[in-house]
Design a protein around this ligand. Structure first.
Ligand code: TXA
Ligand code: MG
Length: 329
């Protein structure tokens, strides 16, 4: 299958809608990461997502809709907390997990009684969802275990030959995934940390708790290896300069925040390539997946500085830990 990459206009949106209505897959941009979309009401279309990504069969998909006012069609009831969170954060980088109605394929939720609903703010995503006029099941548009795609080119690199169309909406503004919140019970549970922080969520609903570590039923996706670059990665929680002083017998590239990069560049420039994560976690979140993809073939190991201590620390640390696959010094 030839994979086309097209900018978003009337013609490409129309083509995308045709593919989706015919049971096919289309990749599309969102403000967080690119998604790999299919009609969430079609068992066979949803199954294709799992095949193309190589995704484990027990990891449920998020359903994307153009407007939260349509959510009632796809869930049994909308809890009060969901209305409040939607009012504050939608369209945007949150996913609300609620009791699923039978209008959504059971393959979307992998047999769970719930479904995650997200309303992306990206104008291209919005136009795509409006044009298709169907609920769209979409995970991140990467091959399973690879870093999430933040540019159309990343999707192409992973999935070319497997899907007909990638809608190119440029670089994703945020660069890490949505915060997944289970609002089906009494207290909202953060199933996956993301761009919207737990403190922001608490400010709206009063109480919210992170999911217990290793509670696979609640948050199936969190137990899998994720975001792994082709090279090794070591997450440096200690002093980056001390780690740089070591003599690795591998070719290493250093990812460091701008202030650290400035400090260590003079001393280590001959020894390592040093790439800046930017001034803060917002910029680092935006760059991180793209940096993994840009440098994974140029070295044996990435030495990555630990996130700064600001609001996005937990979310970015979650991604960096997974990319490092347990290599922490
Ligand atoms: O920003 C995002 O959320 C992106 C864009 C494309 O919307 N999507 C995304 O999807 O990151 P994915 O499939 O890569 O990650 C979805 C996460 C997984 O960890 C999955 O286990 C969890 O959400 N999830 C989805 N539905 C769930 C449900 N009903 N109950 C518990 N966890 C759920
Ligand atoms: Mg993903």
């Amino acid at each position: 299958m030839k994979t086309q990459m097209k900018e978003i206009d009337e013609a490409s949106l129309h083509e995308a809608a045709e593919y989706i209505r015919g049971g096919g897959l289309v990749a599309f941009p969102t403000e967080t990461v690119y998604g790999l979309g299919a009609n969430a009401q079609s068992d066979s279309a949803v199954k294709k997502i799992f095949e193309v990504k190589g995704r484990p069969q027990d990891n449920p998909l998020i359903v994307h809709i153009a407007d939260f006012s349509k959510a009632g069609k796809y869930v049994k009831k909308i809890p009060e907390a969901a209305y409040r969170l939607a009012e504050r954060f939608m369209p945007g980088a949150v996913t609300l997990v609620m009791e699923k109605s039978n209008t959504i394929s059971d393959f979307v939720s992998c047999g769970l009684a719930t479904v995650g609903i997200r309303v992306p703010s990206h104008i291209g995503a919005h136009r795509f969802l409006e044009t298709v006029d169907l609920p769209i099941a979409a995970p991140s548009a990467n091959t399973s275990k690879r870093p999430s795609p933040t540019q159309a080119k990343h999707v192409y690199d992973d999935l070319h030959g497997k899907i007909p169309l990638i809608l190119d909406g440029g670089s994703c503004e945020i660069g890490i995934e949505s915060t997944v919140i289970d609002v089906s019970g009494e207290t909202p549970i953060i199933l996956r940390p993301g761009y919207v922080t737990i403190d922001e969520i608490k400010s709206v609903v009063g109480k919210a708790v992170p999911a217990e570590e290793n509670s696979p039923v609640r948050s199936p996706g969190m137990k899998y290896k994720h975001y792994a670059p082709k090279c090794q990665m070591t997450l440096v929680t200690g002093n980056l300069k001390d780690v740089c002083l070591r003599n690795y017998d591998e070719k290493c590239i250093v990812f460091a925040y701008e202030d650290t990069a400035r400090k260590i560049r003079k001393e280590f420039e001959g020894k390592y390539k040093i790439v800046s994560l930017g001034e803060n976690n917002k910029i680092a979140s935006n760059r991180f997946y793209g940096m993994l993809r840009a440098y994974e073939n140029d070295c044996d190991r990435i030495l990555c500085e630990c996130p700064k201590d600001d609001a996005l620390r937990d979310s970015l640390l979650n991604r960096m830990m997974k990319a490092a696959g347990g290599n922490i010094v």
